[in-house]
Write a protein that binds this ligand. Structure first.
Ligand SMILES: Cc1cc2nc3c(=O)[nH]c(=O)nc-3n(C[C@H](O)[C@H](O)[C@H](O)COP(=O)(O)OP(=O)(O)OC[C@H]3O[C@@H](n4cnc5c(N)ncnc54)[C@H](O)[C@@H]3O)c2cc1C
Length: 361
Protein backbone atom coordinates (compact mmCIF):
# COMPACT_ATOMS: atom_id res chain seq x y z
CA UNK A 1 0.00 0.00 0.00
CA UNK A 2 1.62 3.31 -1.01
CA UNK A 3 0.95 5.00 2.30
CA UNK A 4 3.99 5.89 4.27
CA UNK A 5 4.90 7.64 7.51
CA UNK A 6 4.42 11.30 7.94
CA UNK A 7 0.84 11.97 6.99
CA UNK A 8 -1.24 14.69 8.60
CA UNK A 9 -4.51 13.17 9.79
CA UNK A 10 -7.84 14.68 10.69
CA UNK A 11 -10.34 12.56 12.59
CA UNK A 12 -13.66 13.39 10.96
CA UNK A 13 -16.28 13.59 13.69
CA UNK A 14 -19.64 12.36 12.48
CA UNK A 15 -23.03 11.31 13.74
CA UNK A 16 -25.25 9.32 11.39
CA UNK A 17 -23.22 10.47 8.38
CA UNK A 18 -23.39 14.18 9.27
CA UNK A 19 -19.89 15.55 9.88
CA UNK A 20 -19.18 18.26 12.43
CA UNK A 21 -18.17 21.41 10.50
CA UNK A 22 -14.95 21.62 12.56
CA UNK A 23 -13.76 18.49 10.74
CA UNK A 24 -13.72 20.31 7.40
CA UNK A 25 -12.14 23.38 9.01
CA UNK A 26 -9.34 21.09 10.20
CA UNK A 27 -9.09 19.29 6.86
CA UNK A 28 -8.25 22.59 5.15
CA UNK A 29 -5.64 23.37 7.81
CA UNK A 30 -4.20 19.83 7.60
CA UNK A 31 -3.73 20.27 3.85
CA UNK A 32 -1.79 23.52 4.45
CA UNK A 33 0.39 21.90 7.16
CA UNK A 34 1.01 18.83 5.00
CA UNK A 35 2.20 21.04 2.13
CA UNK A 36 4.81 22.59 4.43
CA UNK A 37 5.95 19.11 5.51
CA UNK A 38 5.88 17.59 2.05
CA UNK A 39 3.42 15.04 3.44
CA UNK A 40 -0.07 13.87 2.55
CA UNK A 41 -3.21 15.12 4.31
CA UNK A 42 -5.58 12.31 5.25
CA UNK A 43 -9.08 11.96 6.69
CA UNK A 44 -9.86 9.25 9.24
CA UNK A 45 -13.53 8.31 9.35
CA UNK A 46 -14.47 5.95 12.17
CA UNK A 47 -17.86 4.25 11.82
CA UNK A 48 -20.20 3.22 9.08
CA UNK A 49 -20.48 6.59 7.28
CA UNK A 50 -16.99 6.54 5.78
CA UNK A 51 -18.02 5.84 2.22
CA UNK A 52 -20.64 8.57 2.46
CA UNK A 53 -18.17 11.17 3.75
CA UNK A 54 -14.99 10.32 1.86
CA UNK A 55 -15.83 12.44 -1.20
CA UNK A 56 -16.47 15.46 1.07
CA UNK A 57 -13.07 14.75 2.67
CA UNK A 58 -11.35 14.72 -0.74
CA UNK A 59 -13.07 17.92 -1.83
CA UNK A 60 -11.90 19.56 1.43
CA UNK A 61 -8.24 18.70 0.86
CA UNK A 62 -7.67 15.05 1.88
CA UNK A 63 -5.50 12.95 -0.40
CA UNK A 64 -6.18 9.75 1.54
CA UNK A 65 -9.33 8.59 3.34
CA UNK A 66 -9.08 5.86 5.96
CA UNK A 67 -12.48 4.26 6.38
CA UNK A 68 -12.46 2.35 9.63
CA UNK A 69 -15.51 0.13 9.87
CA UNK A 70 -16.72 -1.97 12.81
CA UNK A 71 -20.18 -2.43 14.36
CA UNK A 72 -18.84 -1.31 17.77
CA UNK A 73 -18.02 2.15 16.37
CA UNK A 74 -21.71 3.14 16.28
CA UNK A 75 -22.83 4.96 18.37
CA UNK A 76 -19.77 6.75 19.71
CA UNK A 77 -18.18 5.50 22.90
CA UNK A 78 -14.58 6.27 23.83
CA UNK A 79 -12.98 2.84 24.13
CA UNK A 80 -13.80 1.29 20.73
CA UNK A 81 -12.95 4.56 18.97
CA UNK A 82 -9.70 4.82 20.90
CA UNK A 83 -8.71 1.23 20.06
CA UNK A 84 -9.50 1.74 16.38
CA UNK A 85 -7.58 5.02 16.14
CA UNK A 86 -4.58 3.65 18.05
CA UNK A 87 -4.44 0.54 15.85
CA UNK A 88 -4.60 2.72 12.74
CA UNK A 89 -1.92 5.12 14.03
CA UNK A 90 0.42 2.27 14.99
CA UNK A 91 0.04 0.76 11.55
CA UNK A 92 0.39 3.90 9.41
CA UNK A 93 2.50 6.13 11.72
CA UNK A 94 1.12 9.61 10.97
CA UNK A 95 3.18 12.61 12.09
CA UNK A 96 0.20 14.63 13.19
CA UNK A 97 -3.38 13.86 14.24
CA UNK A 98 -5.88 16.72 14.53
CA UNK A 99 -9.29 16.50 16.18
CA UNK A 100 -12.01 19.04 16.89
CA UNK A 101 -12.01 20.33 20.47
CA UNK A 102 -15.60 19.17 20.85
CA UNK A 103 -16.83 17.01 23.73
CA UNK A 104 -16.19 13.89 21.66
CA UNK A 105 -12.93 15.07 20.11
CA UNK A 106 -11.48 15.96 23.50
CA UNK A 107 -12.56 12.59 24.88
CA UNK A 108 -10.99 10.63 22.02
CA UNK A 109 -7.82 12.72 21.70
CA UNK A 110 -6.86 12.34 25.36
CA UNK A 111 -7.55 8.59 25.39
CA UNK A 112 -5.60 8.00 22.17
CA UNK A 113 -2.66 10.19 23.27
CA UNK A 114 -2.42 8.19 26.50
CA UNK A 115 -2.45 4.85 24.66
CA UNK A 116 0.08 6.08 22.08
CA UNK A 117 2.25 7.56 24.86
CA UNK A 118 2.54 10.87 23.11
CA UNK A 119 1.74 14.52 23.79
CA UNK A 120 -1.58 16.26 23.28
CA UNK A 121 -2.06 20.01 23.00
CA UNK A 122 -5.69 20.86 23.62
CA UNK A 123 -7.69 23.84 22.35
CA UNK A 124 -5.11 25.23 19.93
CA UNK A 125 -5.87 28.56 18.33
CA UNK A 126 -3.04 28.42 15.80
CA UNK A 127 -1.02 25.67 14.13
CA UNK A 128 2.13 25.95 12.06
CA UNK A 129 5.15 23.93 11.02
CA UNK A 130 8.71 24.54 12.14
CA UNK A 131 10.11 23.73 8.72
CA UNK A 132 13.69 23.24 10.02
CA UNK A 133 12.79 20.71 12.70
CA UNK A 134 9.66 19.45 10.87
CA UNK A 135 7.65 19.86 14.06
CA UNK A 136 4.11 21.03 14.64
CA UNK A 137 3.97 24.39 16.43
CA UNK A 138 0.80 24.34 18.54
CA UNK A 139 -0.27 27.69 19.94
CA UNK A 140 -2.92 28.01 22.65
CA UNK A 141 -3.82 30.38 25.48
CA UNK A 142 -2.07 29.58 28.78
CA UNK A 143 -2.06 30.95 32.34
CA UNK A 144 -5.74 31.86 32.23
CA UNK A 145 -5.43 33.23 28.72
CA UNK A 146 -2.89 35.88 29.69
CA UNK A 147 -0.16 34.50 27.42
CA UNK A 148 -0.19 32.59 24.16
CA UNK A 149 2.09 29.56 24.49
CA UNK A 150 3.57 27.70 21.53
CA UNK A 151 4.02 24.04 22.37
CA UNK A 152 5.99 21.38 20.50
CA UNK A 153 6.14 17.62 20.94
CA UNK A 154 9.76 16.97 19.93
CA UNK A 155 10.31 13.43 21.19
CA UNK A 156 7.09 11.55 20.50
CA UNK A 157 4.90 10.78 17.52
CA UNK A 158 2.22 11.34 16.50
CA UNK A 159 1.84 14.97 17.56
CA UNK A 160 -1.81 15.27 18.59
CA UNK A 161 -3.74 18.53 18.84
CA UNK A 162 -7.35 19.57 19.24
CA UNK A 163 -8.70 22.80 17.79
CA UNK A 164 -11.96 24.45 18.72
CA UNK A 165 -14.71 24.86 16.15
CA UNK A 166 -14.59 28.18 14.33
CA UNK A 167 -10.85 28.81 14.75
CA UNK A 168 -10.13 27.97 11.11
CA UNK A 169 -12.30 28.62 8.10
CA UNK A 170 -13.44 25.58 6.16
CA UNK A 171 -11.98 25.51 2.64
CA UNK A 172 -14.25 26.02 -0.34
CA UNK A 173 -14.97 22.44 -1.48
CA UNK A 174 -13.31 21.54 -4.79
CA UNK A 175 -15.74 19.23 -6.57
CA UNK A 176 -14.63 16.26 -8.60
CA UNK A 177 -11.34 15.56 -6.80
CA UNK A 178 -10.63 12.08 -5.59
CA UNK A 179 -7.93 10.33 -3.62
CA UNK A 180 -6.83 7.04 -2.19
CA UNK A 181 -9.29 5.10 -0.06
CA UNK A 182 -8.06 2.63 2.54
CA UNK A 183 -10.72 0.45 4.20
CA UNK A 184 -9.85 -1.20 7.51
CA UNK A 185 -11.57 -3.44 10.01
CA UNK A 186 -9.98 -2.81 13.42
CA UNK A 187 -9.66 -5.42 16.17
CA UNK A 188 -11.82 -4.18 18.98
CA UNK A 189 -11.55 -6.17 22.21
CA UNK A 190 -14.78 -7.19 23.92
CA UNK A 191 -13.63 -5.30 27.05
CA UNK A 192 -13.75 -2.10 25.05
CA UNK A 193 -17.51 -2.36 24.78
CA UNK A 194 -18.18 -2.32 28.53
CA UNK A 195 -19.82 1.10 28.17
CA UNK A 196 -23.07 1.07 26.22
CA UNK A 197 -25.21 3.99 25.16
CA UNK A 198 -28.71 3.20 26.41
CA UNK A 199 -30.43 6.39 25.34
CA UNK A 200 -29.56 9.71 23.71
CA UNK A 201 -31.23 12.72 25.30
CA UNK A 202 -30.43 15.95 23.43
CA UNK A 203 -29.63 18.98 25.52
CA UNK A 204 -32.63 21.33 25.28
CA UNK A 205 -30.37 24.31 24.59
CA UNK A 206 -28.35 22.76 21.79
CA UNK A 207 -30.60 24.58 19.32
CA UNK A 208 -28.33 27.58 19.93
CA UNK A 209 -26.59 28.25 16.64
CA UNK A 210 -23.99 30.85 17.56
CA UNK A 211 -21.45 29.35 15.17
CA UNK A 212 -23.34 29.97 11.97
CA UNK A 213 -24.94 33.25 13.13
CA UNK A 214 -24.23 36.26 10.91
CA UNK A 215 -25.12 38.66 13.73
CA UNK A 216 -24.45 38.11 17.44
CA UNK A 217 -25.62 40.51 20.13
CA UNK A 218 -23.63 39.55 23.23
CA UNK A 219 -24.09 40.87 26.73
CA UNK A 220 -21.99 40.94 29.86
CA UNK A 221 -22.13 41.88 33.52
CA UNK A 222 -22.95 45.44 32.51
CA UNK A 223 -26.52 44.23 31.92
CA UNK A 224 -26.91 44.00 35.72
CA UNK A 225 -29.65 41.30 35.63
CA UNK A 226 -30.75 38.34 33.54
CA UNK A 227 -34.05 39.92 32.55
CA UNK A 228 -32.21 42.77 30.84
CA UNK A 229 -31.03 40.30 28.18
CA UNK A 230 -34.50 41.00 26.71
CA UNK A 231 -32.94 44.16 25.22
CA UNK A 232 -30.36 42.05 23.41
CA UNK A 233 -33.02 39.57 22.26
CA UNK A 234 -34.98 42.46 20.74
CA UNK A 235 -32.03 43.75 18.73
CA UNK A 236 -31.01 40.21 17.72
CA UNK A 237 -34.57 39.51 16.52
CA UNK A 238 -34.62 42.72 14.47
CA UNK A 239 -31.31 41.79 12.82
CA UNK A 240 -31.99 38.06 12.44
CA UNK A 241 -29.17 37.28 14.87
CA UNK A 242 -28.48 35.32 18.04
CA UNK A 243 -27.79 36.37 21.61
CA UNK A 244 -24.37 35.60 23.06
CA UNK A 245 -22.79 36.30 26.43
CA UNK A 246 -19.60 36.79 28.36
CA UNK A 247 -18.63 34.32 31.04
CA UNK A 248 -19.36 37.03 33.57
CA UNK A 249 -23.03 36.92 32.58
CA UNK A 250 -23.07 33.10 32.41
CA UNK A 251 -21.45 32.76 35.85
CA UNK A 252 -24.04 35.15 37.25
CA UNK A 253 -26.68 32.64 36.11
CA UNK A 254 -28.31 35.11 33.71
CA UNK A 255 -27.99 33.02 30.56
CA UNK A 256 -27.13 29.49 29.41
CA UNK A 257 -23.48 28.44 29.08
CA UNK A 258 -24.29 27.39 25.50
CA UNK A 259 -24.33 31.07 24.62
CA UNK A 260 -20.92 31.87 26.14
CA UNK A 261 -18.36 33.31 23.77
CA UNK A 262 -14.66 33.08 24.54
CA UNK A 263 -11.83 30.84 25.55
CA UNK A 264 -14.03 28.44 27.51
CA UNK A 265 -17.11 29.15 25.43
CA UNK A 266 -17.55 29.24 21.68
CA UNK A 267 -15.33 30.76 19.03
CA UNK A 268 -17.46 32.80 16.64
CA UNK A 269 -16.77 34.95 13.59
CA UNK A 270 -20.05 36.63 12.58
CA UNK A 271 -20.38 39.50 10.14
CA UNK A 272 -21.48 41.73 13.01
CA UNK A 273 -20.75 41.30 16.74
CA UNK A 274 -22.22 43.57 19.41
CA UNK A 275 -20.42 43.55 22.78
CA UNK A 276 -22.88 45.15 25.19
CA UNK A 277 -21.65 45.80 28.72
CA UNK A 278 -18.68 43.49 28.18
CA UNK A 279 -15.28 44.71 29.39
CA UNK A 280 -13.22 42.81 26.78
CA UNK A 281 -11.10 40.46 28.89
CA UNK A 282 -8.55 38.50 26.81
CA UNK A 283 -10.53 35.31 27.38
CA UNK A 284 -13.60 36.90 25.81
CA UNK A 285 -11.64 38.41 22.92
CA UNK A 286 -10.21 34.94 22.15
CA UNK A 287 -13.68 33.90 21.03
CA UNK A 288 -14.86 36.88 18.98
CA UNK A 289 -12.04 39.08 17.73
CA UNK A 290 -12.15 37.52 14.25
CA UNK A 291 -15.68 38.95 13.73
CA UNK A 292 -15.91 41.13 10.62
CA UNK A 293 -17.34 44.19 12.39
CA UNK A 294 -17.34 44.67 16.17
CA UNK A 295 -19.59 47.23 17.84
CA UNK A 296 -18.86 47.85 21.53
CA UNK A 297 -21.24 49.60 23.93
CA UNK A 298 -19.71 50.38 27.28
CA UNK A 299 -19.92 53.29 29.72
CA UNK A 300 -16.22 53.05 30.54
CA UNK A 301 -14.15 54.74 27.80
CA UNK A 302 -11.08 52.82 29.02
CA UNK A 303 -12.72 49.37 28.61
CA UNK A 304 -10.34 47.07 26.65
CA UNK A 305 -13.18 46.03 24.32
CA UNK A 306 -12.74 49.38 22.53
CA UNK A 307 -9.25 48.27 21.43
CA UNK A 308 -10.76 45.61 19.15
CA UNK A 309 -13.98 47.45 18.28
CA UNK A 310 -14.60 48.89 14.81
CA UNK A 311 -17.35 51.11 16.28
CA UNK A 312 -17.29 52.14 19.93
CA UNK A 313 -20.22 53.74 21.72
CA UNK A 314 -19.32 55.17 25.13
CA UNK A 315 -22.59 55.35 26.99
CA UNK A 316 -25.12 53.70 29.24
CA UNK A 317 -26.35 50.57 27.50
CA UNK A 318 -29.82 51.11 28.96
CA UNK A 319 -30.03 54.29 26.91
CA UNK A 320 -28.07 53.19 23.85
CA UNK A 321 -29.82 49.84 23.27
CA UNK A 322 -33.44 51.12 23.10
CA UNK A 323 -32.27 53.95 20.82
CA UNK A 324 -30.45 51.50 18.58
CA UNK A 325 -33.42 49.11 18.41
CA UNK A 326 -35.70 52.04 17.52
CA UNK A 327 -33.30 53.20 14.81
CA UNK A 328 -33.03 49.72 13.29
CA UNK A 329 -36.85 49.43 13.24
CA UNK A 330 -37.16 52.81 11.54
CA UNK A 331 -34.60 51.89 8.90
CA UNK A 332 -36.33 48.56 8.28
CA UNK A 333 -39.62 50.36 7.80
CA UNK A 334 -38.02 52.91 5.51
CA UNK A 335 -36.24 50.20 3.52
CA UNK A 336 -39.36 48.00 3.51
CA UNK A 337 -37.10 45.00 3.95
CA UNK A 338 -35.53 42.80 6.57
CA UNK A 339 -32.61 44.45 8.30
CA UNK A 340 -29.16 43.18 7.54
CA UNK A 341 -25.68 44.10 8.68
CA UNK A 342 -25.43 46.21 5.51
CA UNK A 343 -28.52 48.14 6.59
CA UNK A 344 -26.75 49.16 9.76
CA UNK A 345 -23.97 50.72 7.73
CA UNK A 346 -26.34 52.64 5.49
CA UNK A 347 -26.12 56.37 5.91
CA UNK A 348 -23.14 56.23 8.25
CA UNK A 349 -23.45 56.57 12.00
CA UNK A 350 -26.83 56.14 13.65
CA UNK A 351 -28.54 58.91 15.54
CA UNK A 352 -29.04 57.90 19.18
CA UNK A 353 -31.87 58.93 21.42
CA UNK A 354 -32.09 58.06 25.08
CA UNK A 355 -34.59 55.31 25.89
CA UNK A 356 -35.93 53.88 29.11
CA UNK A 357 -33.51 52.54 31.65
CA UNK A 358 -33.11 48.85 32.51
CA UNK A 359 -33.61 47.25 35.86
CA UNK A 360 -31.01 45.83 38.17
CA UNK A 361 -31.13 43.10 40.80
C1 LIG B 1 -9.38 30.33 32.36
C2 LIG B 1 -10.39 31.40 32.11
C3 LIG B 1 -11.27 31.24 31.05
C4 LIG B 1 -12.22 32.23 30.77
N1 LIG B 1 -13.06 32.07 29.71
C5 LIG B 1 -13.91 33.07 29.39
C6 LIG B 1 -14.75 32.98 28.24
O1 LIG B 1 -14.77 31.97 27.53
N2 LIG B 1 -15.54 34.03 27.95
C7 LIG B 1 -15.58 35.16 28.70
O2 LIG B 1 -16.35 36.09 28.37
N3 LIG B 1 -14.82 35.26 29.81
C8 LIG B 1 -14.00 34.24 30.17
N4 LIG B 1 -13.26 34.34 31.31
C9 LIG B 1 -13.55 35.45 32.27
C10 LIG B 1 -12.93 36.77 31.88
O3 LIG B 1 -11.63 36.86 32.40
C11 LIG B 1 -13.79 37.94 32.44
O4 LIG B 1 -13.90 37.78 33.83
C12 LIG B 1 -15.19 38.01 31.85
O5 LIG B 1 -15.13 38.00 30.43
C13 LIG B 1 -15.85 39.32 32.32
O6 LIG B 1 -17.17 39.37 31.88
P1 LIG B 1 -17.84 40.78 31.58
O7 LIG B 1 -17.05 41.53 30.56
O8 LIG B 1 -19.27 40.52 31.31
O9 LIG B 1 -17.79 41.48 33.02
P2 LIG B 1 -16.92 42.70 33.54
O10 LIG B 1 -15.49 42.49 33.32
O11 LIG B 1 -17.40 42.95 34.93
O12 LIG B 1 -17.35 43.89 32.60
C14 LIG B 1 -18.61 44.51 32.63
C15 LIG B 1 -18.51 45.74 31.73
O13 LIG B 1 -19.78 46.36 31.66
C16 LIG B 1 -19.58 47.76 31.65
N5 LIG B 1 -20.82 48.38 32.14
C17 LIG B 1 -21.33 48.36 33.39
N6 LIG B 1 -22.52 49.01 33.41
C18 LIG B 1 -22.75 49.46 32.16
C19 LIG B 1 -23.80 50.21 31.57
N7 LIG B 1 -24.87 50.59 32.27
N8 LIG B 1 -23.71 50.52 30.26
C20 LIG B 1 -22.64 50.13 29.51
N9 LIG B 1 -21.60 49.39 30.03
C21 LIG B 1 -21.68 49.05 31.34
C22 LIG B 1 -18.39 48.01 32.57
O14 LIG B 1 -17.75 49.22 32.25
C23 LIG B 1 -17.52 46.78 32.25
O15 LIG B 1 -16.59 47.10 31.23
C24 LIG B 1 -12.32 33.38 31.61
C25 LIG B 1 -11.42 33.51 32.68
C26 LIG B 1 -10.48 32.55 32.93
C27 LIG B 1 -9.53 32.74 34.07
Amino acid sequence: MPVGPGEVWVVIEQEGGRAEPVSWELMGEAAALARKLGARPAAVILGSAGRQLSSAAFSSGAEVAYLVEHPDLEPYTADPHCQALVELAEKFTPQIILLGATTRGRDLASAAATELETGLTADCTRLDIDTTKKLLRQTRPAFGGNVMATIITPHHLPQIATVRPGVFTAPQPVEGVSGETVVLKPHIKATATAVKQLQFVPNPDTGVTLKGAKVIVAGGRGLKAGRNFALLEELAAELGGEVGASRGAVDAGWISQHRQVGQTGQTVRPVLYFAVGISGAVQHLAGMQESDVIVAINNDPEAPIFEVADYGIVGDLFEVMPAMIGEVRQRKLAAGAAASPALLKQGGAMRMEAGTGGESE
